[in-house]
Design a protein around this ligand. Structure first.
Ligand code: LMR
Length: 424
């Protein structure tokens, strides 16, 4: 018995001391990750107990009472599918019906590319998942390539291409003085990038700046990118939020298609259907022909399989039901416009309030920028003061999610912004 105990103790000791490591030391070198610059703001907001607190951090639509919204078309779609569907796995590429409907929104209802089956497309875990799938695909099949990313961009774009091990370069986009597009520098960067570079473009309602190129500028960008043989990858997370009309918001993509580009595109229903937590999106890659599209799709599925196997079914069903039912689609288009219009109204209200308070600064850009965000021009220190003195939460780059501004809080917000910026 004594001998047995000794052997047991020796084994225990060996398994506890692996080299110099003791059993409790596997993860001692792991430091806490830095807070996410966007989702970390929501965490801090939720932890604040002040009743006056305001969250204009994350891009998530709220009604005029500051409450999350479930669209009526979504509720009706849920009623129609309730009890009707089984819970089987979707194929690795997701719901074919949802994907087919989604492609029409980006490429056009009567797109020849769809008819010719030239688009490799799979359901993705919202826009983030679509970008990540593409980044992994890019790394696998264009291992020497880099991605050119606008300055600034949605912070998660950097994480996505970083984790896919694709080197990142940047191109000029926003001009801090004009608070508009730095078109000349953007064009120079496109010209100076090595031929055949990958460019990440926001199809509409640029996040975080709310600054989009005009139609003419898109044409010039497309022309220049074509002559350089660059690959345009569109992230279209806000289709419908720029103009209130998803068809108009796809204009940038349509210009590139007319010019003969082979594009990639990430689409998301988080914002325009309010399906944030359902994680429904689509990744598409326009190919030379059907044969190539079949091959590309099979590879996208192969990338998805070891990550999450196949995407979730419920959100995809909601979307495909809405988009394939004429009455629900019509209702959806109306509801998107209501959301976009409420945000436009809040832009005017915020600007007018700041002007009434006698702010010495110009706030024209609040109404000139479009989409869900206003890139206010506030410094990180001013944003910190808004949080510590007024319980107003936003990202430190000065981005205001206009979707969180309401008739109830716009006066309070304007006053606080005026207080922290008036001596600047
Ligand atoms: C945002 O930019 O606030 C949204 O896209 C939410 C997110 O995931 O960052």
């Amino acid at each position: 018995m004594a001998a047995r105990t000794t052997i047991y103790n020796k084994i225990l000791q060996k398994s506890c001391n692996f080299g110099t490591r003791s059993m409790s030391s596997w993860w001692t070198h792991v430091e806490p990750a830095p807070k996410d610059p966007i989702l970390g703001v929501t965490e801090a907001f939720l932890a604040d107990t002040n009743p006056e607190k305001v969250n204009v951090g994350v891009g998530a639509y709220r009604d005029d009472n500051g409450k999350p919204v479930v669209l009526e078309c979504v509720r009706e779609s849920e009623r129609r599918i309730a009890g009707n569907q089984n819970m089987e796995y979707l194929p690795m590429g997701g719901s074919v019906k949802m994907v087919d409907e989604t492609l029409k929104l980006a490429y056009g209802e009567n797109s020849d590319f769809i008819k010719e089956k030239r688009i490799a497309a799979v359901q993705a875990l919202s826009g983030t998942g679509a970008c990540r799938l593409f980044a992994d695909f890019q790394k696998r099949f264009r291992p020497e390539s880099q991605i050119y990313i606008p300055v600034p961009t949605w912070s998660n774009h950097h994480n996505i291409w970083r984790d896919a091990l694709v080197p990142q370069r940047t191109f000029h986009y926003y001009h801090p003085e004009t608070k508009g597009l730095d078109f000349a520098s953007l064009m120079d960067d496109i010209k100076n990038a090595p031929n055949g570079s990958f460019f990440l473009l926001h199809a509409c309602a640029h996040n975080p700046t709310g600054v989009d190129p005009t139609e003419e500028q898109w044409k010039e960008i497309s022309y220049q990118m074509k002559s350089k043989g660059h690959f345009p990858f569109f992230d279209m997370a806000y289709q419908g939020f720029a103009s209130g009309d998803p068809e108009r918001d796809a204009k940038s993509i349509r210009i590139f298609l007319e010019d003969g580009h082979l594009i990639g595109c990430a689409q998301s229903y988080a914002k325009n259907m309010g399906l944030y937590g359902q994680r429904v999106g689509c990744l598409s890659v326009l190919c030379d022909d059907e044969k190539q599209a079949v091959a590309v799709k099979s590879q996208l599925q192969q990338i998805a399989r070891p990550m999450y196997s196949n995407p979730p079914v419920h959100g995809a069903l909601i979307v495909s039901t809405i988009l394939s039912s004429p009455d629900l689609k019509e209702l959806w288009l109306k509801e998107v416009k209501v959301m976009a219009d409420r945000i436009i109204g809040m832009r005017t209200a915020l600007k007018e309030n700041l002007e009434k308070l006698g702010s010495p600064l110009s706030w024209e850009h609040i109404t000139e920028q479009i989409g869900m965000f206003c890139y206010s021009g506030m410094t990180p220190e001013q944003v910190d003061r808004l949080r510590s003195e007024y319980h107003i939460y936003m990202t430190r780059n000065g981005r205001i999610s206009m979707a969180g501004v309401t008739t109830g809080n716009v006066g309070y917000l304007a006053n606080a912004i005026n207080e922290v910026t008036k001596s600047a």
